[in-house]
Write a protein that binds this ligand. Sequence first.
Ligand code: NAD
Ligand code: MG
Length: 394
Amino acid sequence: MSEKKKVVLLGATGSIGSNTLEVLRELSATLELYGIAGNTRERELGAIAREFSVPRAVLADETAWSRAKKDGAFPPDTEASCGEDALIDLVTDKRADIILVASSGTSALRPTLAAIEAGKPIALANKELLVLAGKFITVAAKRKKVPLLPVDSEHNALFQCLEGRRSTEVTRLVLTASGGAFLDRPLSELDRVTPADALAHPNWSMGPKITVDSATMANKGLEMIEAHWLFSMPSDRIEVVLHRQSVIHSLVELVDGSILAQLSPPSMTFAIHHALTYPRRTPTTRPTLNFAQSHRLDLEPVPLDRFPCLRLARQALEAAGVAPAIFNTANQTAVEAFLEGRLDFLEIPRLIEKTLDRFDNFEPRGLQDVLNLEQLVRQETTERIDRKTWKKTS
Ligand code: NAD
Ligand code: MG
C-alpha cells in the first residue's frame, strides 16, 4: 500500500478546519492529519490531536499555550509547541505533503511563504493573504513550481472549469455571490443591524469575519482580487453575479461563447476534498445534488447600490500597488470593531473609503513594505474608530 498523504492544517479549530476534519474522517484511507495549528482554543486543538493521533501541534497564543501545558491539553504522543517559529518549522517539516492554510487574519503570511520556499503544495482557504501579498505569494509559487490549490469555493470552481484550458480560450471569470444576510432587507434598516443579524447567513455556516464580509459583499470584493492573482486575470474580465442558492460555485466563459460551471451542494467539504486529493478524483459518500427534487438556480445582476464594498474592492484592484492591502486591512479592522459593537454596519464601507483616500498608493518592493503598511493602516483605522473623527470630517 502506498503511503498516506500527510496534511498540515492551519486553523484546525475554525469553520474550514472542522469541514476539513469531516473530509479527513471520510478519506482516512488515503489522507493523514500530520500537523495542526490554532490560536487560542487549546482544549479543542488537544481533542483533535487525540482523535486523529496527530504527531505535531502548534498554538499561536502564548496564554493559551501556558494553559495547555498546565492542563495537559495535548496527548503525550503529540509534539506541541507555540509561536511563529514553531509554525514555520511545522509547515516546512520534511514529512508534510500538503499545507491547508485555513487560519483567519494574515498571521499565516510568513509561514505560507516559508512552506512555498520548502516546495510544499498549498491548499489555500485564506483569501486575505492573496489580497495582502498576492504578488509575492504567486511569484514565489511559480519560481518553486508549487501548486496553489484554491479552497475558497468560487476559486475552486474556477480552477476546475479552467483545467486543461489555454488562457487565450477564456474570455471571463464569473464569481457567484449569495448576497449574504441583508440582500432583501430595506436599505433604510441597515443602519440598525447588529452583529447577530449579520452573522445569520442564509446558506453557509462560516467564521464570524467572513460572514460579516458576505453581508457587506467585501467578501466578493476580496474574491475578485483573489481571482486576479490565482488566474492572472485583469479586473475587467472578472464579473460577479448574484446566485442566491449557492449551488453554482462559479462560471468560466470561453471564446466560443460556451460557459462552464461547477455545481455541488453548499458545503465547503467539496472544495476541500478536491484540493486535498488533487490531481486525483476520489469517491465521496457525502450527499450530492438530488435531482429527484426540483432545484431553482437563479442568476441575477448584483444590486450594486447595496454593496459599496464591492465597488471599493474593484477600485483597489484596478489601482493595484498596495491599494488591495489597504482595502483588506481597513476592512479587517472595521469588521472586528463592528463585531465588538464599536462600529455601525454602514460605517464599514465609509471607513474603508476614507482609508483608501488617506494613504498614497505605491508599488511594494518587498514583503516588509506590505507588512509595515498593514501595521500603519491598522493603527490609523483603529484610531479613527476610537475617536470617531472620520464621521465628523466626512
Ligand atoms: P474561523 O474564525 O472559523 O477560524 C479561524 C481559525 O484560524 C481558528 O482555528 C483559529 O484558531 C485560527 N487562527 C487564528 N489566528 C491564528 C494564528 N495566529 N495562528 C494559527 N491559527 C490561527 O474562520 P473560517 O471561517 O474557518 O475562515 C478561515 C479562512 O478561510 C479565512 O481567511 C476565510 O476568508 C477563508 N474562507 C472561509 C470559508 C468558510 O466557509 N468558513 C470559505 C472560504 C474561505
Ligand atoms: Mg468564497
